[in-house]
Write a protein that binds this ligand. Sequence first.
Ligand code: NAP
Length: 282
Amino acid sequence: MKKVYLLAHPAGHSLSPKMHNAAFKHLGIDASYQAWDVAPEALRQALITLRQPDVYGANVTVPHKVAVFERVDTLTDAAKAIGAVNTVINDNGSLKGHNTDAEGFLKALREDASFDPQGKRAVMLGAGGSARAVAYALLRAGVAQLSIYNRTVQKAHDLEVGFRSLGPVSVLSQLELEDAVQGADLLINTTSVGMARGGVDPNQSPLKAGILPQRGLVCDLIYRPARTRLLRDAEQAGLKIQNGLAMLVYQGAESLTCWTGREAPIKTMFASARSALGETST
Ligand code: NAP
């Protein structure tokens, strides 16, 4: 039996084991996906395990995404641009680091929300790790403008400098935020404000009341709760909304294809992720 690990610390409440094991079963692949609590000092040994012939590879999450980026043998262009690895592929004992968050985000927009970002004006809240993947995805998809607002302004500027060769990207001051949001076709929250576990406050929105786009899609990378305060406000205002579950599923699907060469069973993965979250599968 082949193995896939999720390298995490702690390895608490991830939906990925259920989602991937359901996919392996659906595809008739003799493999198992398991979360592995790896303390930072044990990471070196864990990477040796990933080189074994019975291991397809791994997903990587907090706090190892950058440390793994620095220790694999090769990196894909996406991983290099984003500066972090969320997927490791064991290629005959050589470890390839990849990042599927950008592709996952883009597919979630296109396939699940029927939204094509090409030529659209996007405002992104946040400038952390997931923001780097979202910025990479949107600029490569040809947005007309990507405007970034972050509490710590310097991090937004760093992101702008790192990505300006890919397309039109700028940083918003607090004074500019309201106008930019109102004129946006796409608003994405990549901050942890509104997240239920380990977030700031599940009832808080990253935006002041009343500041919303006048049209288009509002997207929150958070999926616990399924409807954050931001998404509830946007829905009430008649806007289209999407939470982070679709991105989670599509980034996992892309990882599965990297490990196995097979097309991922998206419906099965959605259903198991939703049932693991306690939502009804539709
Ligand atoms: P991260 O690297 O730690 O970045 C956190 C971001 O949130 C930073 O921009 C930070 O701003 C901002 N922030 C935190 N507390 C804040 C507050 N009180 N007020 C304003 N801004 C605040 O985290 P990440 O890895 O990017 O993850 C961010 C969120 O995305 C999490 O909720 C995570 O669960 C979600 N996510 C979802 C998926 C998915 O597949 N759906 C994938 C990845 C991440 P500063 O720079 O000012 O600190």
